[in-house]
Design a protein around this ligand. Structure first.
Ligand SMILES: [Fe+2]
Ligand SMILES: [Fe+2]
Length: 376
């Protein structure tokens, strides 16, 4: 059997996944837009089969979600004072310094004072939390779309609880930005391209693959990383709450797609592999923080290539894929089409995560030990 996958350039708009010049040339030119419309044509599926529990694992998730709800306004210690500059310094001290191991000679950063690095750290926080907030809104609209389009009643029930979860996540990140930080950033262009692609696709399972597997898989890893690094107690607790929801969301994606993919043809699976690859690249591209450099008056094309060489940075970049790769493996996406996606993940330097626990397993373990819910 021949396997015809599209060339990389057709999928992500450039031939070399690591072409920094091309990555940094994609910028948000609509920074002042307040509404962004995406057209999507898809079937809204009614089902007349109301037999609850036909899919027992989804039913269990639904029952779990009902009792794991929390209130963004009253369950978090919002009275906590956050001094952003002090926090940047404290985080730097706790995690080994501002720019340890980065050779900035010959770049604009060589002249940076301690205060410049602190300002950069503050902007970095504003940027990071803003992108989380935008991603959460992506999850909110995608999951509302799943409620309409998925054909199974157990999945519609579960997805309805996720819509509520995501509304709460947008709410907490927006409140944290407004009350504790010092400015919002517009959505990163790479993230917006990805969200547009996911929401525009007419196939219901592509919403799951793009959102539950890829975006939320990455979010789960990124929140975990930040949760570990930050010394700020309110953010730490906020992230813990959000993560306990996200683990359930990713498990929902894995459980739903596992069943559906069993009935797809090889050609259809190939399309899912390409979609997963495109999403992986877009998500990696967005973490270059190009808008923060621009805000600081530094040309991102000058400094990003230097920073990409820093080992810690590379570890962070690849850690973001620690949930995505095992979940793709579990879904059979790594090895279909002669291992096409395995090859792509190898090029991205993230294949080593393939044997880490997938989120289906991980979620079951969390439930078994009783540490999976913060609200109970
Ligand atoms: Fe979320
Ligand atoms: Fe989520």
């Amino acid at each position: 059997m021949t396997t015809e996958m599209r060339p990389t350039a057709d999928i992500i708009g450039r031939a070399d996944v690591n072409d920094l010049e091309a990555i940094l040339s994609v910028v948000n030119t609509d920074r002042d837009e307040t509404l962004h419309a995406v057209r999507s044509e898809y079937d809204t599926n009614f089902t007349w089969d109301y037999a609850k529990g036909r899919r027992p694992k989804l039913d269990k998730l639904y029952e779990k979600a009902k009792i794991a709800q929390w209130n963004a306004q009253t369950d978090l210690p919002w009275e906590t004072e956050v001094d952003q500059e002090k926090l940047v310094v404290a985080n730097a001290v706790a995690n080994g310094g501002f720019h340890e191991g980065i050779d900035v000679s010959g770049t604009a950063l060589a002249k940076w004072s301690e205060q410049d690095w602190i300002d950069f750290g503050v902007q970095s926080q504003n940027w990071m939390l803003s992108q989380f907030m935008h991603g959460e809104q992506g999850a909110l609209v995608c999951t509302a779309k799943i409620v309409e389009s998925v054909p199974w009643i157990d999945a519609k029930y579960y997805a309805a609880t996720q819509v509520m979860d995501e509304a709460r996540h947008v709410e907490v990140f927006a409140k944290y930005l407004d009350d504790k930080l010092s400015g919002h950033y517009p959505i990163n262009a790479h993230l917006r391209l990805l969200l547009d692609d996911i929401i525009a696709d007419s196939r219901w399972d592509m919403t799951y693959l793009g959102m539950q597997i890829m975006v939320e898989g990455l979010a789960l890893a990124a929140f975990g990383f930040l949760h570990q690094m930050t010394t700020e107690p309110l953010l730490k607790q906020l992230l813990r709450y959000v993560m306990s929801d996200e683990a359930r969301h990713v498990a929902f994606g894995v459980l739903s797609l596992q069943e559906y993919y069993e009935q797809l043809s090889q050609a259809e699976i190939r399309e899912r592999q390409e979609f997963a690859f495109e999403a992986a690249v877009r998500m990696r591209d967005r973490f270059m923080q190009q808008e923060v450099w621009a805000h600081m008056g530094v040309n991102p094309k000058e400094v990003v290539p230097v920073l990409m060489e820093v080992p810690e940075r590379q570890v962070f970049q690849s850690m973001l894929f620690s949930k995505i790769v095992p979940n793709c493996k579990k879904l059979g996406l790594l090895d279909a089409a002669d291992g096409w996606l395995r090859q792509r993940f190898t090029e991205l330097g993230v294949i080593a995560f393939e044997d880490w626990a997938d989120t289906g397993e991980e979620y079951a373990d969390l439930q078994a030990t009783g540490s999976g819910a913060v609200a109970s």
